[in-house]
Design a protein around this ligand. Structure first.
Ligand SMILES: [Fe+2]
Length: 369
């Protein structure tokens, strides 16, 4: 018997030059747009220029806010709103990686509700003004998720706003990812893979998320050999971008699981990039499965023979580096993870303190020497 809910309200428009070719899709969203982006990359990869062309084609006025950085803070989200709240903004065009799109979701809430940025963490079920997403990295998949992660400077941690805001439209054009350096390409690609895999193995997976995840995992699998050979052609990038958006669709239903839950602290405290943190933790997480039928299917889909082989591939493409952790740090991280009921609930088996400690130890600490 099937019993599940599936909601995916984002329209996806895929293809080279998709944004300019389909600019009429922006009609009806309003007369004035706030473009939310980072300082540099959207200017270099052509996505900002295409966004402006698409808006001008439709006679839509726009203002550019280009101050979003990696790990967007509440302060920058507040700034985008305060500087533009009197400007009649109807919708947001989010152009950039996961940070720009995540920030845009939070900013859209401020415009709709006229509240302060910190209030999005405490108020429930807030809505936002419409968002159009133009991702320029393949992996985060924020264009197809309702999640928005913000960085709290005072606490030194990243956390989800707890709100659910899906972009209305996502334009997927892999040309905007072409100038990403190899290390960023593999780091974000592994993030996308971990979304697909954590969703696939989640207790919340269902017929539709499995159907999507299986296709996304196959696409990622087709990119492994090219990535090992440092082939980052447009064809490879198109597969990675598609896999990324599919990963977003999957985790928007299933949420993430142990690698994400355990990896955030490595990013916050040890400055390990998000995708690398997931990649380092992944083999230990997979080894922890006692029931292995779905895990074996996952390895088959990405055409990898064993967890050990996957571990070697991830280390190779991520340029594995050791992360030094003390016993006290591991204990604190395990305590934090054990208190995250949400992430533990998504893992289909019981995990003990020892299991989690071993995942940190075997992958991070032991290989230090
Ligand atoms: Fe992620």
């Amino acid at each position: 018997m099937f019993e599940f809910k599936f909601r995916m309200p984002t329209s996806i428009i895929v293809g080279r030059n998709a944004l300019v070719k389909n600019s009429k899709r922006l009609r009806g969203l309003g007369h004035k747009c706030l473009i939310v982006t980072g300082l540099e990359s959207s200017k270099l990869n052509g996505s900002l220029e295409d966004s402006i062309t698409a808006l001008e084609n439709e006679n839509i006025k726009y203002i550019i806010f280009d101050e979003v950085q990696e790990r967007p803070t509440l302060e920058i989200i507040e700034k985008a709103y305060q500087e533009n709240k009197g400007n009649g903004i109807d919708f947001i065009l989010a152009v950039g990686g996961g940070s720009a799109i995540d920030a845009a979701k939070a900013i859209s809430i401020l415009f709709r509700n006229q509240i302060q940025a910190k209030e999005i963490l405490s108020l429930k079920n807030l809505e936002g003004i419409p968002i159009v997403a133009v991702p320029t990295t393949a992996g985060p998949g924020s264009e197809t998720t309702p999640y928005s992660v913000v960085y709290l400077q005072e606490e030194g941690i990243s956390r989800s706003t707890g709100q659910r805001i899906f972009p209305g439209i996502a334009f997927l054009d892999a040309r905007y990812t072409l100038n990403k350096p190899y290390d960023i390409t593999t780091c974000t690609a592994v993030d996308g893979f971990s979304h697909l895999a954590e969703g696939y193995l989640s207790t919340k997976s269902n017929l539709l998320t499995d159907t999507l995840a299986e296709k996304g995992l196959r696409l990622f699998g087709e990119c492994i050999e090219p990535l090992r050979k440092k082939d980052c052609s447009i064809e490879v990038r198109e597969k990675l971008l598609m896999a990324s958006s599919i990963g977003g669709m999957v985790i928007s239903q299933t949420g993430t699981s142990l690698p994400h839950g355990m990896g955030y602290v490595l990013t916050a405290e040890k400055h390990v990039p998000h995708g690398v943190a997931n990649g380092l933790l992944f083999p230990g997480y997979l080894k922890n499965f006692r029931k292995t039928d779905k895990l074996e299917r996952l390895l088959h889909l990405i055409k990898v023979a064993s967890i050990e082989e996957l571990s070697l591939i991830l280390k190779e493409i991520l340029h594995f580096r050791n992360v030094s952790l003390t016993d006290a740090e591991i204990k604190k991280y395990v305590d934090d993870m054990l208190s995250s009921e949400k992430k533990l609930k998504n893992h289909p088996e019981r995990v003990s303190r020892e299991d989690l400690t071993n995942i940190y130890k075997t992958l991070l600490r032991k290989e230090e020497s």
